[in-house]
Design a protein around this ligand. Structure first.
Ligand code: NAD
Length: 272
């Protein structure tokens, strides 16, 4: 559809273009009317190199072929969902070109995080382990509820993910636990309980128990419970497909385009 309202058009480079997230991002860009695909980048030797990025994402031809060289022009935005080993190079390319970066790659090293902090003195960067708008909201609600309800309410967490997920509990469950503990001015590492099977004692007051289930194809489900005397609150987020992360990252891309420099996360993007 033409951009009739003459809204700004954001020009986006996708790094990790052949991956699950890369293709979801390209799909979202192709169905939006204020985003264009500037380039699609994957690793050297990737079997997708030279193929049309749109067709690979299950859509129409875009004329943008997958390459192994990230060369952003000023005025565009880089969105990186690739692998930790690619991130340092992407950060440097963005600094050289003076373009904003949205980074969703997880598992990056402390050195990469440090490089990101240094780079954010020159360019704006949004870095988040979970770009879902719903999960970001849930994190905010977790902190608000923990603070307002006080220590009389017990907090417990449940998460469910597909059978292929390797880590447990999920990073998001741990972040939720951190949010609750921080709101109560506790250290999460001292209150986290991942296994009660070997204990023969009641729960401690400040404990945050986390239960992880694995099976099927669930993209991700998190429930945070606050259990009081005679009442219970359950805050649940269910992810149906990966598109939620892609849509959140592209919302971050539109937002970061208007910033000068600095390191931000999804809370900043949502104004929380
Ligand atoms: P994937 O394995 O399907 O795709 C990764 C892609 O990156 C592959 O096509 C791979 O060839 C490419 N790649 C590897 N090295 C590269 C390099 N040097 N330069 C360019 N491309 C390179 O993985 P995925 O499921 O798409 O996830 C990608 C990343 O995003 C992971 O780190 C994952 O944990 C993360 N992720 C983050 C969020 C979030 O909300 N922040 C959500 C989902 C996934």
């Amino acid at each position: 559809m033409p951009n009739e309202a003459a809204e700004p058009v954001f020009s986006i480079h996708i790094v990790g273009a052949r991956g699950r997230m890369g293709t979801a991002l390209i799909h979202e860009i192709m169905s939006s009317d204020d985003l264009t695909l500037a380039s699609a980048v994957d690793r050297s030797g990737s079997p997708g190199l030279g193929l049309d990025a749109g067709k690979l994402a299950g859509g129409l031809e875009t004329g943008v072929l997958i390459s192994d060289d990230l060369a952003p022009r000023r005025g565009s935005i880089v969105v990186d969902f690739s692998l930790p080993e690619a991130t340092d190079n992407n950060i440097r390319r963005c600094v050289e070109a003076g373009v904003p970066l949205v980074c969703g790659t997880t598992g990056v090293s402390d050195t990469t995080e440090e490089l990101m902090r240094e780079a954010s003195a020159d360019i704006p960067i949004v870095f988040a382990a979970n770009f879902s708008v719903g999960v970001t909201m849930l994190l905010r609600m977790a902190a608000l509820a923990a603070r307002a309800l006080g220590p009389d309410w017990d907090a417990e967490l449940f998460e469910l993910h597909h059978r292929h997920k390797r880590d447990a509990p999920s990073g998001t469950a741990l972040r939720l636990g951190h949010a609750v503990a921080a709101a109560r001015e506790h250290e999460f590492s001292k209150t986290y309980v991942g296994d009660r099977t070997r204990r023969r004692e009641p729960r401690g007051d400040s404990e945050i128990g986390v239960v992880a289930m694995r099976g099927g194809d669930s993209v991700g489900e998190h429930t945070l419970m606050f259990l009081g005397e005679g009442e219970r609150i359950e805050l649940t987020h269910r992810a149906r497909d990966r598109a939620i992360f892609a849509r959140g990252a592209l919302r971050a891309a539109r937002w970061v385009a208007g910033r000068d420099k600095g390191l931000f996360d999804m809370m900043d993007v949502l104004g929380l």
